[in-house]
Design a protein around this ligand. Structure first.
Ligand code: MRU
Length: 368
């Protein structure tokens, strides 16, 4: 997707064996790229959220295995890399999926052959993610077209999204935002309500930025506004991403998603969740019991980072305290939306009900 008119992916290979990423902690005020050269760099990039979003975390983990093999391609090096990367963030299953996949591919190979094999496979995973997200976009477009038809092709289709499930969360296109980009390209007028998404404000800093870069009309709202908008008929449909989907259709996504799904249900607003196949955890059947929920540093709640207002052109970032010194803060990063609140799952293979039968129908080879 475009940054100031130049097409970018979120992760790419750089000269000298490095892997380059966009440092998403600096957006929207600074566009900074970073070259990663080691396993530790890759692990830090995921843990400190220089890269984030389930599919991109998976792609980063795959490239992390490549960087690790360049440092130590032995069996011990492989095991250490897998353990280090898996420990970074627990909820997005794409991470474990990518690490397990790379481990299975590399284990039978001689240590000397592992670095190049890992590089090729990480690149393939990235290309596959782009193709998958493109497919999600095509299938989700049909849902936006339906909403457009239902409105008699008047006014924009108003879509509410939470967190950032756009191209910044994937290698390109995004999951929840892919159908929106496709609709925009197809000439369907869309308008996006962007939840700010406290505590890290991925909506305010990332979603608003990437939609703006593509000229998609959007309005930033506080996290608590969605229910009010739905009560007043100002939301035609919701589309969010997910970090882990159970085989039965429960979805874990950024904290606050569940409350939006409840409000949507109460107001008969369709609530769709967009996901790539690797985000399905086929072992998990009960989202609340089976999905590990990441808890992050309480300072993400008690503080906020941004550009100083009226800074006269400087883009330096400042962090300020919001709460009294010493305030206890709980920082649950994700919540689970039960399948019964989800209108449909938008995947690269089509749209299905959020049920075990629906997912099994699209992925018969996985459902067993
Ligand atoms: O904590 P983050 O920013 O990694 O959380 C991201 C989300 O919750 C996204 O909605 C999810 O990963 C789906 S991304 C296509």
């Amino acid at each position: 997707m475009n940054v100031n008119g130049t097409p970018y992916r979120t992760i790419w290979e750089a000269a000298g064996g490095a892997v380059e990423i966009i440092d998403q902690t600096k957006l929207p005020h600074q566009f900074v790229t970073i070259k990663l050269r080691s396993l530790d760099d890759a692990a830090t990039a995921i843990a400190d959220m220089w890269v984030r979003g389930a599919p991109l975390i998976g792609a980063m983990a795959a490239y992390g295995m490549y960087l690790a093999m360049g440092e130590d391609g032995s069996d011990a090096g492989l095991a250490h890399a897998a353990k280090t990367l898996t420990a970074t963030r627990p909820t997005a299953v794409n991470l474990a999926w990518a690490v397990d996949h790379m481990t299975a591919l590399l284990t039978p190979l001689a240590p000397a052959d592992r670095p190049q094999a890992a590089r090729r496979e990480a690149a393939r995973i990235c290309d596959e993610d782009v193709a998958i997200c493109n497919g999600i976009g095509e299938h989700g477009l049909a849902k936006i077209e339906q909403a457009w038809d239902a409105k008699g092709e008047t006014g924009p289709v108003n879509i509410l999204t939470h967190c950032n499930a756009g191209w910044l969360a994937t290698v390109d296109w995004g999951t929840a935002l892919a159908p929106i980009y496709k609709a925009h390209e197809a000439g369907i007028p869309v308008h996006v309500w962007v939840d700010e998404t406290r505590p890290r404000n991925q909506g305010a800093s990332l979603t608003a930025w990437e939609l703006g870069q593509h000229g998609v009309p959007n309005t930033l709202i506080v996290d608590n506004a969605g229910g009010h908008l739905m009560q007043h008929g100002m939301v035609d449909l919701c589309i969010t991403g997910t970090d882990r989907t159970t085989a039965t259709g429960d979805v874990a996504n950024k904290i606050g998603t569940y409350l939006k799904a409840l409000a949507a249900h109460d107001n008969q607003v369709p609530f769709y969740v967009a996901l790539p196949g690797p985000t399905i955890d086929w072992q998990a059947r009960d989202g609340i019991a089976d999905i590990p929920i990441e808890q992050r540093d309480g300072r993400e709640v008690t503080q906020i980072t941004g550009r100083q207002a009226g800074a006269g052109g400087t883009n330096d970032l400042v962090t300020i305290d919001l709460a009294p010194e010493g305030t206890a803060a709980a920082n649950y990063a994700f919540d689970v939306t039960p399948a019964r609140l989800v209108t449909g799952l938008i995947t690269e293979r089509g749209v299905c009900p959020a049920t075990a039968a629906g997912l099994a129908g699209l992925y018969p080879e996985k459902a067993g």
